[in-house]
Design a protein around this ligand. Structure first.
Ligand SMILES: Nc1ncnc2c1ncn2[C@@H]1O[C@H](COP(=O)(O)OP(=O)(O)OP(=O)(O)O)[C@@H](O)[C@H]1O
Ligand SMILES: [Mg+2]
Length: 416
């Protein structure tokens, strides 16, 4: 094995430039963005000279900086970590929408960072990203509006005190961002309840009389909803509701450099959270990125749905694979991430349907997975069946690739 120096060939994830704002917490497994980046947000507010719409904590320009990051050239006294990787125009459009009368609907494939962007926006704008309603088939109007504390109603009747505000209503009362996750998963009458809420910006409470009858939204309230484009339903939203949202579509990140940064960013956070001091060898990251790129190309060229993996092969899935592999190496391995462990995690994450996904992956693996752009994927595009063993196709790529290929084959054979 070639000798390598830590600085040349490895990124010591825990020790390397882990974002200084990542605070470890003993009491919360996962901190909301406003807590995690508390220092950054306070700093940006202190230097913010621009006009802030409504009661926003930051101006649109500073919100963009918070989300997209700032380096030395931006003349801030500190670096601001980039948290969302994507088209700056898309982020700007999202921010502008939230200052308008319309709500924001983030649409995209699973794992493209919709919820993450929604959380960052709510944290930067309102300092609170936790007014969240999760859309499911069982979501009712009560989840959007309000319900009652039955014991209090029995004891003292219906009043504002015995009313339980939904997260959206709380956001309205506070003049903050309300979030609605997976909007298209709930029934159309629940979706339609949002129409009046988004246009009138108040909720009536017919059970109460006088002034208590209506809850008005304070300035600063708006809604950030997300919808998965793989779930059927974005087109099924009623025209009236569509008109009350600006749609922002988030594409899958296919740029390898950005993808690498996202995966590294999340991996560092993960390792800091688990206090894992392990190396993340760049070769392993390259193998992962290349394999995903090849798989995506293969899936794009597949002639039918049956020949495609169920997985969207998103960046989030790459993060999941590397997280799994690192934890496995840390707890069961010798604390060095190896090719076979990575392959096993990858197969484990991508096989959801047995035997369909196993057979698709087997074909991919045996046709030269990891042979890179010049190898597997491109040959397959021309319809050539590659029969040579994958290891032969990749032997020039080094022992890590070989271990990866062998590990993948072994993991796939365990499904037989
Ligand atoms: N463009 C991106 N920039 C930064 N992080 C990203 C990006 N895309 C994905 N991620 C990371 O992927 C993880 C999953 O993203 P998230 O949960 O927001 O996806 P989603 O689009 O809401 O998926 P789903 O439709 O399944 O709910 C997050 O931890 C996020 O950090
Ligand atoms: Mg989501």
């Amino acid at each position: 094995m070639a000798k390598k120096t830590a600085s040349e060939t490895t990124t010591t994830a825990a020790a390397a430039a882990a974002p200084t704002t990542v605070a470890s917490s003993e009491t919360k497994l996962r901190m909301p963005a406003e807590e995690k980046y508390k220092d950054e947000l306070a700093y940006l507010a202190s230097v913010d000279q621009d006009v802030r719409p409504f009661a926003w904590r930051l101006s649109p320009r500073m919100i963009r900086t918070f989300i997209l990051g700032a380096g030395p050239q931006d003349k801030f006294d500190r670096t601001i970590a980039q948290k969302f990787f994507g088209d700056p125009g898309l982020v700007e459009r999202a921010i502008v929408t939230l200052a308008s009368d319309r709500g924001l609907l983030l649409i995209g494939d699973p794992g493209t960072g919709k919820s993450w962007l929604a959380e960052l926006l709510a944290a930067a704008i309102s300092g609170n990203s936790t007014h969240v309603v999760q859309g499911t088939a069982g979501t009712s109007e009560d989840h959007i509006k309000y319900s009652w504390n039955v014991a209090m109603v029995i004891a003292a009747g219906q009043s504002r005190e015995s009313m339980i505000s939904s997260p959206i209503m709380t956001a309205m009362i506070n003049g903050e961002m309300g979030r609605f996750e997976e909007l298209t998963r709930c029934s159309s009458d629940v979706q339609d309840a949002l129409i009046s809420l988004l246009s009138e910006k108040y909720i009536t409470i017919p059970e109460l009389k006088g002034e208590d009858n209506v809850v008005y939204a304070r300035p600063g309230f708006n809604m950030i909803a997300t919808a998965n484009s793989r779930d059927r339903g974005v087109n099924d939203l009623s025209t009236a509701l569509k008109r009350r949202f600006n749609f922002v579509t988030i594409p899958i990140v296919t740029n390898k450099k950005s993808e690498k940064e996202i995966v590294l960013f999340r991996t560092r956070e993960l390792m800091a959270r688990h206090t894992i001091a392990m190396d993340l060898p760049p070769t392993m990251l390259d193998i992962l990125l290349q394999t995903f790129a090849d798989l995506r190309e293969t899936m794009a060229n597949a002639s039918s749905e049956e020949q495609r993996l169920e997985s969207a092969l998103s960046t989030a899935e790459q993060i999941g694979v590397i997280e799994d592999a690192l934890l496995h190496s840390n707890y069961f391995g010798d604390r060095v991430l190896k090719g076979d462990t990575l392959a096993r995690s990858l197969v484990g994450s991508l096989v959801r349907r047995v035997p369909e996904d196993v057979s698709i992956l087997n074909k991919f693996w045996h046709a030269g997975a990891g042979a890179g752009e010049e190898g597997g994927a491109r040959k397959r595009k021309k319809g050539e069946e590659k029969t040579e063993p994958a290891a032969a196709a990749t032997s020039s790529r080094g022992p890590e690739w070989e271990a990866f290929i062998a590990g993948g084959k072994q993991a796939l054979s365990s499904f037989k």
